[in-house]
Design a protein around this ligand. Sequence first.
Ligand code: DC
Length: 232
Amino acid sequence: MSGDPTGAAPRRLRVAIDGPSGAGKSTVARALAKALGYTYLDTGAMYRALAATAMSQGIAADDEEALGRLARTLRFRFEPGPAGGQRVFVDGRDVTNEIRSSAVGMAASAVSALPAVRAALTGEQRRLGEGGGVVMEGRDIGTVVFPDAEVKFYLDAAPDERGRRRLRDLEARGESPSLGEVRRDIAKRDHQDSTRALAPLRPADDAVRIDSTRMGVDEVVQEMRRVVRERE
Ligand code: DC
């Protein structure tokens, strides 16, 4: 039942969640999608999958022509994974684990600045999300991919807290960088992602901003659900 007095079914919206790395986007986006019965789409995973494929094929991170061609021809597939997670396949190959390394994260940030790459992946993301009923997380969803998204969030957290969260993620997958290294990587990625010419990371003017530094996951998701419910 919807809260609508006419009894109409709630609209299935496009929900954009943008923000810097380590802000908690993936965790809350997954939980929000589950709570709403929406599809979760991790656009960073597409840039990561492209970067990982390029690395495995020996394509340099600044070879725009080859990377653009690769971005236009790769076939992405997402499948539900354990614990509300998602498995990512490119051209039928399961790349879920390999795309989470810090090396692939840095390479994804580099290739994502290239216009030919952005054109291809932005087009694919629009195709995947156009029907609504999606929670899409990334850097430019509310500004470029779906500037007319019905709901936009900009999720941020203090750099120290983002560093600690990212360190926990990397440790869980067996990497053991120091907190200092993780913080430096995050600062570098923030700088690259927010100063590039095309689709830089920035809050959309009409985004609801949430600072998750001192908030638990449930609290953030609850706040987001409240905003979504108002617009259904
Ligand atoms: O969210 P993430 O850490 O998985 O993203 C990896 C990189 O991909 C990030 O540093 C910048 C890029 N990216 C982007 O440019 N636009 C998006 N919508 C999502 C990610």
